[in-house]
Design a protein around this ligand. Structure first.
Ligand SMILES: Nc1nc2c(ncn2[C@@H]2O[C@H](COP(=O)(O)OP(=O)(O)OP(=O)(O)O)[C@@H](O)[C@H]2O)c(=O)[nH]1
Ligand SMILES: [Mg+2]
Length: 221
């Protein structure tokens, strides 16, 4: 019985996610779901990308956290429209939360809607939010075994961003191994190596994202 109930919940989530996606597409808003462990550098990556694009991109952000408004405040500080969702203990966002949050965002003129999911490599994997693109951030201090140990989230992502690569000289993280593991799990996924601190690898990621947005909504490119 429990398994049936869980399936029902996921089916309802999938349906709502498809409605979110259609609504975003209809407004020519390109939506990206950014997942990764707590502290993997998600918010810092957003700050760096928005600085890289400047006026060329009109982003908005939905911040998902169990508690607190720390990340939303960081977005406000750089002038990015933001809504904070507090899940009150839940380890992931779901499509109904995104539908509610989006109603509290002025999306007119917004070209990219980023969802920073709750820091978690497990629970976030099962929930489609209605995004067009899912990106998983793996910071190199977490270790190069994480792709093997938490396969679902990597398998279901369109891109892997290895973050904090400025720290590589101090670690035993094997970039080639991480790349090979990701390619085995998700052969179509793109892989980027980025340091938000030094800016290394950021232009490549920024360019790819703009291309993906343009492919999804040609008239807004
Ligand atoms: N050296 C280095 N540190 C980084 C980099 N990116 C982020 N950090 C640091 O990593 C820590 C966590 O960064 P956040 O961006 O807050 O991580 P997060 O994934 O948003 O964290 P949660 O939202 O709590 O899950 C902070 O102390 C950042 O300064 C980087 O490229 N290089
Ligand atoms: Mg964050």
């Amino acid at each position: 019985m429990k398994i049936v109930a869980a399936k029902k919940i996921l089916k309802a989530n999938d349906q709502l996610a498809n409605e979110n996606r259609a609504a975003f597409s209809g407004r020519q808003v390109f939506c990206i779901n950014l997942v990764g462990s707590p502290g993997s550098g998600k918010t810092t990556l957003l700050e760096a990308l928005f600085a890289q694009w400047g006026q060329r991109c009109a982003p908005a952000v939905i911040e998902g956290d169990i508690a607190g408004q720390v990340d939303a405040q960081r977005m406000e500080q750089i002038g990015v429209p933001v809504v904070q969702i507090n899940t009150d203990g839940m380890c992931h966002l779901d499509a109904s939360m995104i539908a509610a949050a989006a109603q509290n965002l002025e999306l007119t003129g917004v070209t990219m809607l980023w969802i920073e999911n709750v820091g978690n490599l497990v629970c976030t994997a099962g929930y489609d939010l209605g995004e067009h693109l899912r990106i998983v951030a793996l910071s190199v201090p977490e270790g190069d075994d994480k792709i093997i140990k938490y396969p679902a989230i990597f398998q279901r992502s369109d891109a892997l961003v290895l973050t904090k690569i400025d720290l590589l000289p101090h670690l035993n993280f094997r970039t080639a191994k991480a790349r090979a593991d990701m390619q085995r799990l998700a052969p179509e996924a793109r892989i980027f190596e980025v340091s938000a601190r030094t800016g290394q690898g950021l232009p490549e990621l920024a360019t790819w994202l703009v291309e993906r947005r343009a492919a999804a909504a040609p008239s807004r490119s």
